[in-house]
Design a protein around this ligand. Structure first.
Ligand code: HEM
Length: 499
C-alpha cells in the first residue's frame, strides 16, 4: 500500500512530458518546474528557522543544485544507500529534487520510524497524492490515521483462517486454469504471467464471486489504467495536470467504482449473507456504530486488490527465479510436497500448506533479498531525535527493508539465497527491525498472511506442474526504473513434470 522511491531526474520529467502534444509539453514542464522550485524555496526558507544548536544528521553533499543525488540514487538506490551507510553510519541526509531525505538504516535507527506516532512522522503527507486518486476519497491516506486504523481492522477481520481455507482451493484452481496456456514446455515471461494470475486470484479471494465473474479483458484494462496511477509522474507532478495517464486513471477509477457500487447495492438488497470479505465490509461498523458507505467499501476493495498486486506478483516472480537457479532446492520443495501431501499429490489444503516449511522459508528468503517495498517513508512534522541527531521538520524520513535485510553486520553470507538460514540461530533474530518486508508499527501490513497463502499456493501448484530452469543461466537483473523493483527480462524455461 505504500510506494517507494521516485527517481527524480530530468530524464523522468522528459519521459513523462514526451507523451503529450508539444504545446502541452511546455505547459506541463513549466508547471512542474514551478511547483518543484516553489517547494525548494519553501524548504530553504524553512531551514532558516532551524534550531541553531541542533546537531543534524550528516549531510551528503552534492555539486548538482536542486536535483542533488537524484540521478545516482535513481540508477542504483541500494548501492547508493550502502555506500552512504559505510561512510556516514546509520543516519544521514541528502537532497533529491529539492526534498531532503533522511534514511534510518539498521534495526536500531529504524526504531524511530516504527515506534513513532503518525502525528510526528506522517504517512499521509508522502503517500496520499499517489494513493488518493487511485483508491478514492474517504479511505487509506485520505482520512485521519485513526480512521484508517479502524478500516484496517475491518479488513483484517475479513482475512481470517476460515476464508484462507477457501482461498487455497480458489487459488489452486485459478493457477491450474491460467497455466494451461503454457502447454508442456517452453520459455515464457514469468512475471507477466504471475501478474495476470494474481489479479484473478486476488479478485476471487478479496472481492468475491460477483466481481470476479465480471473480470474480463475490459475490466482488466481498467485495473491496468488505474494502476498506471502509481507512477513516478503521479508522484512528482501536480494531480491537476492534464496528462493522458492521469485522465485514464481517473476514468478507470470512476468506472471501477460504478461496477463495485452495483455489486454492493445488489448484495445489500438481496439480504443474502455470503461468507466473504465484501460481506464483512457491508456488515462492518466504526467504533461509533456508523457503517461503511458504499464509497468507502469500493475504495477499500480497490486498495485490497492493488496493495497486494505488485508486491505479490514481484515476490512470486523473484521466488521462481531463485528456485529455477537452484534446481536442487526446487527438487527439495517438490519432495516436501510429496512428503506432506502424499505421493499422489491430492488438491492442496491450508493445513498442508502450513506444513510446507521449506517452501515457506524460500518465500521468507525471497522477501529478504527482494522485498518489494524498498523504502517506507514518512514526513517529519515535528523535530525527531535519533542517534544523537535532530531530524528537522520537513525531512522525508525513510527506512529501507532492502538495506536492513542485507547489512553485513547483521546477516551472514548476506547476499546468498539460503532459506535454511532460518533453521539456525541467525544473528538478525535479536534485532527487532532487521527483517521488515511487511513493515512494523502502526502502518504494518495487514496482508502478510494472505500473501503467504497466495504465493505458497501458486508455487506449490506450479512445482507440481513444471520443472523450472534459468534460460541459458540468466538470472534477472533488477529493474530500478519501476516503483517496485521488478526482474529485468523475466523469461523462464519450463518443462512439464512427469509425476
Ligand atoms: C508480498 C506481499 C506484500 C508485501 C511485501 C507488503 C508490504 C507492506 C509494507 C512494507 C507495508 C508498510 C508500509 C509503510 O509502513 O509505509 C504494508 C502496508 C500495508 N499493506 Fe502490504 N504488503 C504485501 C501484501 C499486501 C496485501 C496482499 C494486502 C491486502 C490484502 C496489503 C495491504 C496493506 C495495508 C492495508 C497496509 C497498511 C498501510 C498503512 O497502514 O499505512 N499488503 N505492506
Amino acid at each position: 500500500m505504500s510506494m517507494h522511491l521516485y527517481e527524480m531526474s530530468s530524464r523522468l520529467i522528459g519521459e513523462t512530458v514526451g507523451k503529450v502534444p508539444e504545446n502541452l509539453t511546455s505547459v506541463v514542464l513549466a508547471a512542474c518546474l514551478i511547483t518543484l522550485f516553489l517547494g525548494y524555496v519553501s524548504k530553504l526558507l524553512l531551514s532558516q528557522s532551524w534550531d541553531k544548536d541542533a546537531k543534524f544528521p550528516p549531510y551528503i553533499p552534492s555539486s548538482v543544485p536542486f536535483l542533488g543525488h537524484a540521478i545516482s540514487f535513481g540508477k542504483s538506490p541500494i548501492e547508493f544507500l550502502e555506500n552512504a551507510y559505510a561512510k556516514y553510519g546509520p543516519v544521514f541526509s541528502f537532497t533529491m529534487a529539492g526534498s531532503t531525505f533522511t534514511y534510518l538504516l539498521g534495526s536500531e535507527a529504524a526504531t524511530l520510524m516504527f515506534n513513532s506516532k503518525n502525528e510526528d512522522l506522517n504517512a499521509e503527507d508522502v503517500y496520499s497524492r499517489l494513493t488518493t486518486p487511485v483508491f478514492g476519497k474517504g479511505v487509506a491516506y485520505d482520512v485521519p490515521n485513526p480512521v484508517f486504523l479502524e478500516q484496517k481492522k475491518m479488513l483484517k477481520t475479513g482475512l481470517n483462517i476460515a476464508r484462507f481455507k477457501e482461498h487455497v482451493k480458489i487459488i489452486e484452481a485459478e493457477t491450474i486454469q491460467y497455466f494451461q496456456r503454457w502447454g508442456d514446455g517452453g520459455e515464457r515471461n514469468l512475471f507477466e504471467a504471475l501478474s495476470e494470475l494474481i489479479i484473478l486470484t486476488a479478485s476471487s479471494c478479496l472481492h468475491g464471486k460477483e466481481i470476479r465473474s465480471m473480470l474480463d479483458e475490459r475490466v482488466a484494462q481498467l485495473y491496468a489504467d488505474l494502476d498506471g496511477g502509481f507512477s513516478h509522474a503521479a508522484w512528482l507532478l501536480p494531480g491537476w495536470l492534464p496528462l493522458p495517464s492521469f485522465r485514464k486513471r481517473d476514468r478507470a477509477h470512476t468506472e471501477i467504482k460504478n461496477i463495485f457500487f452495483k455489486v454492493i447495492q445488489k448484495r445489500r438488497r438481496s439480504g443474502e449473507k455470503v461468507d466473504d470479505i465484501l460481506q464483512t465490509l457491508i456488515d462492518a461498523t466504526y467504533k461509533d456504530g456508523k457503517p461503511l458507505s458504499d464509497n468507502e467499501i469500493a475504495g477499500m476493495l480497490i486498495g485490497l486488490l492493488l496493495a497486494g498486486q505488485h508486491t505479490s506478483s514481484t515476490t512470486s516472480a523473484w521466488m521462481g527465479f531463485f528456485l529455477a537457479r537452484d534446481r536442487a532446492l526446487q527438487e527439495r520443495c517438490y519432495a516436501e510436497q510429496k512428503a506432506v501431501c502424499g505421493e499422489d499429490l491430492p488438491p492442496l489444503n491450508l493445513d498442508q500448506l502450513k506444513d510446507l516449511s521449506l517452501l515457506e522459508r524460500c518465500l521468507k528468503e525471497t522477501l529478504r533479498l527482494r522485498p518489494p517495498i524498498m523504502t517506507m517513508m514518512r514526513m517529519a512534522r515535528s523535530p525527531q531525535t535519533v542517534a544523537g541527531y535532530t531530524i528537522p521538520v520537513g525531512h522525508q524520513v525513510c527506512v529501507s527493508p532492502t538495506v536492513n535485510h542485507r547489512l553485513c553486520d547483521t546477516w551472514e553470507q548476506r547476499m546468498e539465497f539460503k532459506p535454511d538460514r532460518y533453521l539456525n540461530d541467525n544473528p538478525a533474530a535479536g534485532e527487532k527491525f532487521a527483517y521488515v518486508p511487511f513493515g512494523a508499527g502502526r502502518h504494518r501490513c495487514i496482508g502478510e498472511n494472505f500473501a503467504y497463502v497466495q504465493i505458497k499456493t501458486i508455487w506449490s501448484t506450479l512445482l507440481r506442474m513444471y520443472d523450472f530452469e534459468l534460460v541459458d543461466g540468466y538470472f534477472p537483473t533488477i529493474n530500478y526504473t519501476t516503483m517496485i523493483h521488478t526482474p529485468h527480462n523475466p523469461v523462464i524455461r519450463y518443462k512439464r513434470r512427469r509425476q
